[in-house]
Design a binder for this molecule. Sequence first.
Ligand SMILES: CC(C)(COP(=O)(O)OP(=O)(O)OC[C@H]1O[C@@H](n2cnc3c(N)ncnc32)[C@H](O)[C@@H]1OP(=O)(O)O)[C@@H](O)C(=O)NCCC(=O)NCCS
Length: 387
Amino acid sequence: MRDVALVGAGQSPYGEHPDAGIKELFESAYDAMVESVDRGFDADVLDGAYVGSLGVGGYQLGITGASLTSHLGLTGLPVQRVENACASGGFALLDAVHAVGSGASDAVLAGGVEKMLDLSGDRSKYWLGVSGDTEYERLAGMTFAGVYAIAAQRYLHETDAEHEHLSRVAVKNHENGAVNPKAQFQREVSLEKAQGAPEIADPLNLYDACPTTDGAACAMVVPADEAHEYTDDPVYITGFGGGSDHLALHDRDTITSLSAVREAANDAYDRAGRTADDIDFAEVHDCFTIAELLAYEDLGFADRGEGWRLIDEGRTRRDGDLPVNTSGGLKSKGHPLGATGIGQVVEVFDQLRGDAGERQVDGSVALSHNVGGSGGAATVFIYEVDA
Ligand SMILES: CC(C)(COP(=O)(O)OP(=O)(O)OC[C@H]1O[C@@H](n2cnc3c(N)ncnc32)[C@H](O)[C@@H]1OP(=O)(O)O)[C@@H](O)C(=O)NCCC(=O)NCCS
């Protein structure tokens, strides 16, 4: 495969957008991406597009891709919707990397969009549930938060972690979201407030959960050796991997580690010729606070059962040695399901180009981690710029 690079990435503000449909949201992300292609952008070069979307609410479940790209005036190119629940965006990027890396395409749009806040709370919980196991979990009445709560219960049982460590994940991510103008929750939260929030599924409370979100994100992938035609500051995707697993928790060997993530990470590290020690900062899929601790372990940032220590020691804060979720993560920046994997790319792209403003951290090697459902699918990417 040939090497690939990102030459543009942008997103809509995340949050509630009562006056915008999915087309307008996607357009706003596309416009932000176009603006970031600093040597000029010509839409005619695009020869493929992949758009991640679960289709929450069912507004445009068929031919989502073309409905969005035609709204942008892009017709003729092959475009398809990619659906892997909350990892739809990550898999849209994986498809774009495969298309450009294989030589089949020369400039591919990888995007994602979701509009979740038009629905009532009950309807949105129905749509969230469709990404869990159907027979044994959803139809038996399990909520999505309930699935992660079971994993959290087990983690607190198996390790020396306490609920306070989960709350500290929320505190850290809100601290970062507070300085992200595109985040849904631009506010800090105290440890006391995070610990004392109303319970949603024991042991998880409101501050252990990401919100529901409207939002979109777009990125552009081209061959690495053509990247300088588009920008002076390309971001190279040096590692990429995807994985999958049983959906139902009872079918898995363990519920405190996601094998889909381990598979994806192994592939990504191998391709990049990197290890976890080389990663300077990361965006990880903290749909629930427990998921961030599991990510630390599955990505190799910490040994099994020891992820909570990174939080305990403050190592993943913005001023730590391994900043995680400088964007605010899903917890504070928001989680518009199909867009999230590409929204993570936007943060990495801005950070590696020195464009992250108050959130700026040092580093030239970054990672993003996007999980679908409760671990039924996952992607991991490694990004680099010249140090
Ligand atoms: C956590 C959750 C249950 C809260 O839903 P809800 O009870 O309907 O909450 P509402 O939207 O009515 O908001 C109530 C208040 O809580 C706040 N809030 C909502 N979600 C929040 C969150 N995750 N963290 C902090 N505050 C939150 C709202 O801003 C609102 O505050 P206000 O009263 O000051 O305006 C819901 O956001 C949820 O299901 N999140 C998980 C989404 C998910 O599973 N995604 C897929 C994961 S892979």
